[in-house]
Design a binder for this molecule. Structure first.
Ligand code: UDP
Length: 233
């Protein structure tokens, strides 16, 4: 297999035929634009498992995804998609960068789920996109932007119910989409405690925030989430 791309926590491989693609999860964990970077043994396998469980659940609930099969502990076979360089963030509660922009009580429930778009550009700290900027930068058509928003809200509804059923509050999360060769939008990339904020019933943080804040017990928390999801899926 040939490595054709690599990010901070995942790498993409192509097989000898050039027709099959594989996403491999690494043990790396990073925050603050790589300012903080460590390796945590077993994290890649945990995120691969959690992402796969969530994708299977989303697929059962009618979401189109690029995920085909789990091929080993740390690898998922995916279809050929061209990624849209945009982070789609859905917020149910006020936290993280949202609190830097608006003076709200940390963790306050929002009246409705908010969908925001950010252009993926580490050098510029992922600037936020308005609908017009999205279009102006040729990242998507107005119809596609609407579809991304609709899909993000639907995914949020499914994930909120899933996490609630295992005693977890889904505070916010980030997803990404790609386009298949026919131009169809597909959910792609990870959905795991690196990309979601997940709080237990007592408000305990169970996600990557533990790493950002230096709270420790990161792998243990990810295992807790994996176990809870296994219990309900
Ligand atoms: N997020 C992510 N990757 C990023 C930026 C954000 O997965 O590059 C996730 C983050 O874990 C959280 C949500 O998106 O669940 C919203 O993040 P926010 O905009 O509050 O930014 P942050 O506080 O992480 O800088």
């Amino acid at each position: 297999m040939k490595k054709i791309g690599e990010g901070k926590t995942k790498a993409v491989f192509q097989d000898e035929t050039g027709k099959r693609y594989f996403l491999r999860f690494k043990d790396d964990i990073t925050a603050f634009n790589m300012e903080k970077h460590e390796q945590l043994q077993g994290k890649g396998a945990l995120n691969c498992d959690i992402t796969w469980m969530i994708y299977e659940h989303l697929k059962k609930n009618g979401i189109d995804t690029s995920y085909i099969a789990r091929t080993d502990e740390i690898t998922i076979e995916v279809s050929d998609v061209k990624m849209i360089p945009v982070e789609v963030v859905v917020r149910n509660r006020a936290y993280g960068s949202f609190l830097k922009r608006f003076d709200l009580v940390s963790g306050a429930k929002l009246d409705f789920p908010l969908v925001e778009f950010f252009y993926k550009d580490d050098e510029r700290n992922d600037p936020q996109l308005t609908r017009e900027l999205f279009e102006l930068m040729d990242l998507a058509t107005p119809e596609e932007i609407e579809e991304l928003k609709r899909s993000a809200k639907k995914i949020n509804g499914i994930l909120l119910a899933l996490f609630e059923s295992c005693g977890i509050s889904l505070v916010d999360f980030k997803i990404e989409f790609g386009k298949d060769p026919s131009g169809k939008l597909l959910l792609a990339d990870e959905i795991d405690p690196d990309s979601c904020r997940l709080w237990g019933q007592d408000g305990e943080m169970l996600d990557k925030e533990r790493f950002r804040k230096g709270m420790g017990k990161i792998v243990e928390s990810y295992k807790d989430i994996q176990g809870r999801l296994k219990g309900v899926l």
